[in-house]
Design a protein around this ligand. Structure first.
Ligand code: ADP
Length: 490
């Protein structure tokens, strides 16, 4: 079967799988439409068990040689991979924007550089893993980070390049070989990523990409039965399904899931900075798992703060994500748009009041107005469920105990944001909010060295820094009795 390509944003991209160092086609294809303007982007190969089996086989065969290279041996490949991502920054940014509607400027200046850093950073970090020794009275413990084998990486559409490289980087640096299943709603940059890895000289079979629908390709992958790791970013419901497959084959699984993060604004906060940051939650139309979507404001400053947020939100221009003045682009698909609109309608029916927004934007088909709901009961769906759209709720609080209880009053625990200029108070509240990440007087700052993940229904495990290597390695202790070697002391 002839290999297929599509041209997206002027960039020619393979629409096939990448397995064992070559393009592999499928007779089944799925249609990929752009959320930006509804245009047809590609018919992408729709994989299933045969393609997954080929990819896992290829990864299994490639594993011993890749693992044997060690961190130093893998470093030059991964540096070239990172350089290749940087060299194609414009293409990657433009394609990502057409594919998932994210802001082009953000993709160019933040996402693509970060994707390159994801590869480079973990390649460097891997050099530090060897030689850990823990001394005990009778033995010397030599801690080894052994590559685990074949890792399956499954990623979502809201930030495919960023979130896929965030897994690919440490998984490859740790010496694993990979099967990546990109999101079917935005599969194109992962296809380019495979080309870039190939051009960097990464050997055949080390990084495989199987395109396809979650319930088909993804399902075949997680049920393959001979994987060593599954790393997943996506929805909580999908994680429950994948978790069952992982449990059946005793495959370690890491998952980063949804959120309904609190955004706490204390009366002593820098209100201008806080208001700008609240408005920033509308970026990428709120399709950001980390977004602080529940604004919790200290009652004494409600009126003054609301005026500031209203002003900041009025600058959140809805429009074409290729335009540098746009702050809020489209929702990803009609299906998702209807889901977001459904949340909004039910919130109104429950009695919430939309202070602004609350309906589709007067632009394109899939664009929704930035929305703020007040008079929200914390028990209502709109304050409990992840909307994944440009929709914030507004509640007030009168004591720290109250805000901590409300902040912790959902099933999620991914992130939180807190604005206060009182250090003792900020740290007291921050330490009591259940979240993988709590940002104080800032938002979205993510050093690659720090742990990242969610508590409760927002995830299992942590990745980032050493935590990525804890997950992607088989950690072994070689415990040697002191003085037991005749040639030298252990
Ligand atoms: P989102 O709501 O962010 O789209 P999903 O959990 O539906 O989250 O999708 C995230 C990723 O999981 C996508 O790559 C999707 O194809 C994949 N996926 C969806 N369902 C399954 C499944 N049953 N098994 C494996 N992967 C799946």
């Amino acid at each position: 079967m002839a290999n297929s390509t599509a041209t997206v944003a002027g960039v020619e991209i393979s629409t096939d799988h990448w397995i064992d160092g070559r393009r592999v086609s499928s007779s089944e294809r799925f249609e990929n439409l752009s959320p930006v303007d509804g245009s047809h982007l590609a018919n992408v190969a729709s994989g299933g068990k045969p393609e997954v089996d080929q990819a896992v086989d290829a990864a299994r065969r490639a594993f011993p040689a890749w693992a044997a290279l060690g961190p130093e041996g893998r470093l030059p490949y991964l540096k070239r991979f990172a350089d290749g991502i940087r060299a194609r920054a414009k293409d990657l940014a433009a394609v990502e924007t057409m594919d998932n509607g994210s802001l082009m400027a953000g993709n160019l200046h933040r996402v693509v550089p970060r994707a390159a850093q994801n590869i480079e950073f973990f390649a460097d970090w891997a050099l530090t893993l060897q030689g850990h020794v823990i001394d005990s009275p009778e033995v010397t413990n030599h801690i080894h980070y052994d590559p685990s084998g074949v890792a399956a990486l499954i990623t979502p559409w809201n930030a495919p390049l960023m979130l896929t490289t965030w897994k690919v980087g440490p998984a490859l640096a740790a010496g694993n070989t990979l099967v990546v299943k990109p999101p079917e709603w935005a599969p194109m940059t992962c296809s380019l990523m495979a080309d870039i890895a190939h051009e960097a000289g990464i050997p055949a079979g080390v990084l495989n990409v199987v395109q396809g629908i979650g319930e088909l390709a993804g399902d075949a992958l997680v049920n393959h039965g001979d994987l060593n790791r599954i790393s997943f970013t996506g929805s909580t419901g999908t994680a429950q399904i994948i978790g069952q497959a992982a449990a059946r084959s005793i495959t370690p699984m890491s998952s980063e899931l949804g959120g309904k993060s609190p955004f706490i604004v204390c009366a002593d906060a820098d209100l201008d900075a806080a208001a700008q940051t609240v408005a920033g939650q509308y970026m990428n139309a709120g399709q950001v798992c980390l977004a602080g979507t529940r604004v919790l404001v200290e009652k004494s400053i409600e009126a003054v703060f609301l005026a500031k947020v209203r002003d900041a939100a009025s600058h959140m221009v809805v429009g074409d994500p290729r335009d540098s003045s746009t702050r809020v682009g489209p929702l990803i698909t009609r299906e998702h748009f209807d889901r977001v609109a459904g949340f909004v309608e039910r919130a109104k029916a429950d009695g919430a009041e939309a202070l602004w927004g609350g309906s589709p934007a007067n632009f394109g088909d899939l664009y929704f107005q930035p929305t703020l709901f007040t008079h929200v009961d914390p028990a209502w769906e709109i304050a409990q469920q992840e909307v994944f759209g440009p929709v914030l709720t507004w509640q007030t609080f009168e004591s720290d105990d109250e805000v901590i209880a409300v902040a912790n009053g959902t099933k999620y625990g991914l992130a939180g944001v807190l604005f206060s200029q009182n250090e003792a108070r900020a740290m007291r509240i921050a330490s009591q909010v259940v979240a993988g990440t709590l940002w104080v007087n800032c938002f979205f700052v993510r050093d690659l060295a720090v742990p990242f993940g969610g508590s409760r229904n927002s995830g299992i495990g942590r990745e980032g820094g050493s935590w990525s290597f804890d997950f992607y390695s088989d950690i072994k202790n070689i415990s040697v009795r002191k003085g037991s070697f005749s040639d030298k002391v252990a």
